[in-house]
Design a protein around this ligand. Structure first.
Ligand code: C2E
Ligand code: MG
Ligand code: MG
Ligand code: MG
Length: 273
């Protein structure tokens, strides 16, 4: 809404704005259709165990094969959240990731874990039944499913989040705190939110080893997590130097372009062999 005078009002509704509004509506219609036409696809980015030197799992990342080409999540997840479409999309992501994970693990001696991103809109009591349903229908082992949530998701309703995390974990699944260090959760909450994994945000890894602050922050997160019995995952590992530093610092898992980009399911399947 325009504040102040009518003159400002006139300035607000420019032709460009009208165009923006109709582009948004068009995008919403396209997103809705995308689900029906099964245009979404999950890519899988490998996560490597730095201690054992082996692949331990992956993160599922959504892509949209739109009629105009491949669309990345940053381009449509925010609108999907605003319109509520993230609920059916999120349900599809969960089921698809579990279906694929169950296929991989039936064929493997050592099972892989699959991590799924959960947005704030999905993080509500109904999520428990959605996860249970996806596990039941696909036969995926709960121990191998990881849900990734961010600090801001948990902090918006602290008591509710604590209860929901308990219910989710009682299904046997794991919880990872995504983009750790960029939100506003105080360290005290690490005690109250029962977490299995901390994902150290890419922005800290980027500065390693030159930036002394990033080095200090990353080492401290790893040490703290170890003492709290929480597994550490480094995101955005792009260089040999990142990898060496993280291994020496005792980081458990690493994910990033140094190893692999997110891969289509068939390509990830080949990595597993
Ligand atoms: P995220 O969960 O933090 O995922 C990590 C992002 O970093 C991914 O971007 C990944 O492709 C990218 N990445 C991985 N390794 C590197 C690296 O070495 N360097 C750099 N520069 N980037 C790297 P992507 O796939 O574009 O996803 C962006 C965000 O979209 C995700 O951030 C997540 O918040 C959201 N997202 C993705 N898939 C889903 C989904 O299925 N559901 C929901 N709700 N959100 C999703
Ligand atoms: Mg994530
Ligand atoms: Mg992340
Ligand atoms: Mg992110």
């Amino acid at each position: 809404h325009a504040k102040g005078s009518g003159r400002n009002m006139l300035e607000v509704f420019t032709p460009e704005m009208n165009q923006q509004v109709s582009e948004r509506l068009l995008m919403e219609v396209r997103l809705r259709d995308a689900l029906k036409r099964q245009e979404f696809e999950l890519y899988y980015q490998p996560q490597y165990d730095l201690g054992r030197n082996c692949l331990s799992g992956c993160e599922a990342l959504i892509r949209w094969n739109s009629p105009d080409g491949l669309v990345m999540p940053d381009q449509f997840i925010p609108l999907a959240e605003e319109t509520g479409l993230i609920i059916p999309i999120g349900t599809w992501v969960l089921e698809e990731a579990c279906r694929q994970g169950a296929i991989w693990n039936r064929a493997l001696a050592t099972p892989v874990s699959v991590a799924v991103n959960v947005s704030a809109v999905q993080f509500r009591p109904a999520l428990v039944n959605e996860v249970r349903g996806a596990l039941d229908r696909t036969g995926f082992e709960p121990e191998q499913l990881v849900l990734e949530v961010t600090e801001s998701v948990l902090m918006s309703d602290i008591e509710g989040s604590i209860r929901l995390l308990e219910q989710l974990r009682s299904l046997g699944i794991r919880i990872a705190l995504d983009d750790f260090g960029t939100g506003y959760a105080s360290l005290a909450y690490l005690k109250r939110f029962v977490l299995d994994k901390l994902k150290i945000d890419r922005t800290f890894i980027m500065g390693i080893p030159e930036d002394k602050d990033d080095v200090a922050i990353t080492s401290s997160i790893i040490d703290m997590a170890r003492h709290l019995n929480i597994i550490t995952v480094a995101e955005g590992v792009e260089t040999e130097a990142h990898c060496e530093f993280l291994r020496k610092a005792g980081c458990n898992l690493a994910q990033g372009y140094y190893f692999d980009k997110p891969l289509p399911a068939e390509v990830f399947s080949q990595r597993l062999q």
